[in-house]
Ligand binder design. Structure first.
Ligand code: BG6
Ligand code: MG
Length: 218
C-alpha cells in the first residue's frame, strides 16, 4: 500500500449529522403526497443523489405517473425545507475532536478534500465554520454519478493534485467504501461502515485517524 498524501472525507455521518434533516424534509414531502416513508427508507438514501433519493421514495407511490417537471418540483420542495433546517446549524455542530484532528492532519502534511454527494455541502461547511479546514471540495455540484460510483472521490483526488492511490477516503456508508475501493483508494470506515468487510481500516473515533495515517506511512 502506498503512502497516504491526501484524505477525502464524506460529510454526512462523518463530519456532521444531517440525516435527521434529510429525514424531516423528505417526510414532509412524502406526507404531502400520501407516500409511506420511514427512517429505514431514509437510511437507503445515504450518499445517494437528491433525484435518485426521490426515485427510492417514489417506489411507494401509487398514484398517476409523475412528469419530470413534477419530480423536479418535489425535489426542489424537499431541498427548500432541508435548507431551512440547515440554517439552524452552528459551529457547535462540529465536534472539537473533528476540528483538532483535521488541523493535526494538515500539520502532518496531509491534504484534505471533501467528497460529498450533496449540492449543499459548501453551505453546510459555511454554517459550521469549517470551510477553511479543506484544501479542496468535491461535492454534488461537480459529479454526474453518485456513490457507489467513485466519481466524487476521484474528483477530490484530482482537485488535490494527487493520484487515487495516494488517497484515503473516510466514510460511514457501505456505498462510500465501495466507491473508495473501486476508485483505487484506501477505505477508512467510521460508524456503520466499520462492519463492512471491504474497509481497509476502522475508526472507533474520529481522532483514531492520526494513528491510522501514521501506521500507513511508517
Ligand atoms: C448526501 C446524503 O450527502 O447528499 C444524501 O447522504 C443526499 O442523503 C445527498 O440525498 C444529496 O444531497 P443534497 O443536499 O444535494 O440534496
Ligand atoms: Mg455519509
Amino acid at each position: 500500500m502506498s503512502k497516504v498524501k491526501g484524505l477525502i472525507f464524506d460529510l454526512d455521518g462523518v463530519i456532521v449529522f444531517t440525516d435527521k434533516f434529510h429525514y424531516q424534509a423528505w417526510k414532509k414531502m412524502a406526507d404531502g403526497m400520501g407516500i409511506y416513508f420511514d427512517e429505514e427508507i431514509n437510511n437507503r438514501l445515504r450518499g445517494v443523489s437528491r433525484m435518485d433519493s426521490l426515485e427510492i421514495i417514489l417506489e411507494r407511490y401509487e398514484g398517476e405517473p409523475l412528469s419530470q417537471e413534477k419530480k423536479d418540483a418535489l425535489a426542489a420542495e424537499k431541498n427548500e425545507t432541508y435548507r431551512e433546517l440547515l440554517k439552524t446549524m452552528t459551529p457547535a455542530d462540529v465536534s472539537q475532536e473533528v476540528r483538532d484532528t483535521l488541523a493535526k492532519l494538515r500539520e502532518m502534511g496531509i491534504k484534505i478534500s471533501l467528497g460529498s454527494s450533496s449540492k449543499n455541502a459548501k453551505f453546510i461547511l459555511e454554517r459550521v465554520d469549517l470551510l477553511d479546514a479543506f484544501d479542496a471540495i468535491s461535492d454534488g455540484t461537480n459529479i454526474t454519478k453518485s456513490k457507489p460510483d467513485p466519481e466524487v472521490f476521484l474528483k477530490g483526488a484530482e482537485f488535490l493534485g494527487l493520484t487515487p492511490a495516494d488517497c484515503g477516503v473516510v466514510e460511514d456508508a457501505y456505498a462510500g467504501i465501495d466507491a473508495a475501493k473501486d476508485g483505487g483508494m484506501i477505505g477508512i470506515a467510521i460508524g456503520d461502515a466499520c462492519s463492512y468487510d471491504r474497509a481497509d481500516y476502522r475508526l472507533n473515533t474520529f481522532s483514531d485517524l492520526i494513528q491510522v495515517v501514521k501506521e500507513i506511512n511508517q
